[in-house]
Design a protein around this ligand. Sequence first.
Ligand code: PEP
Length: 247
Amino acid sequence: MPKKLAAGNWKMNGLREALGEVKALYAACPTPSCDVLICPPATLIRSMSKVCDGIQIDVGGQDCHENTSGAHTGDISAPMLADTGATYVIVGHSERRATYGETDAQIHAKTAAAWAANLTAIVCIGETLDEREADKTLHIVGGQLAKSVPDAATPTNLVIAYEPVWAIGTGKTPTLAEIEAVHTFIRTRLVERFGPQGHEMRILYGGSMNPKNATDIAAVPNVDGGLVGGASLKASDFITIVQALNA
Ligand code: PEP
């Protein structure tokens, strides 16, 4: 079984004082048995990387441009993230797919760019509520998986995050059986495409994971960790989720 990963996505939250949350996380859990990652806003990556130097907390970006440099005002490239100390980057988060119209083809290109910069890409996939209600969940998730992930995927450079769009930031979650069904489907597709390595690729669940539901979700077969938004902002909440994934 792959080593579990507790990944926090801070989104557009956090000023320098928020670095105290990372210090508190480390103080409470200095030697986690799962991997721990925080993806803060780009403005905090450098200072968080310094805080996390030599400790078991990795730092990642929340997006990268598909090009390495150029006339892309406001964007950040994968080599720039790596240069600030990031080792992971989230790509294809549903908020970016919805707000900026990011396509699977772009996410595929961003993932390749992340790999070229030696970053591990966390590729997000998931259905909307309308798609779930129309019984299209596996069709949507399967299509996004096929089109967003380049052929050179390995268990080291790729993490998949299954994030039902309707569960993000809403307090709603699928049932454990529904989570298992989608994760097992993703595992099957990964093994079909990448062979035995597909068993080692981590599949995170994301969408209103919190200290109360983390233990149950962590125990679902083929759940190899969580991508956590709101509940990663406070160390006191995130510690409980890290501990659930440590078990
Ligand atoms: C996310 O944004 O990836 C996420 C899962 O958010 P939340 O945990 O707040 O639902």
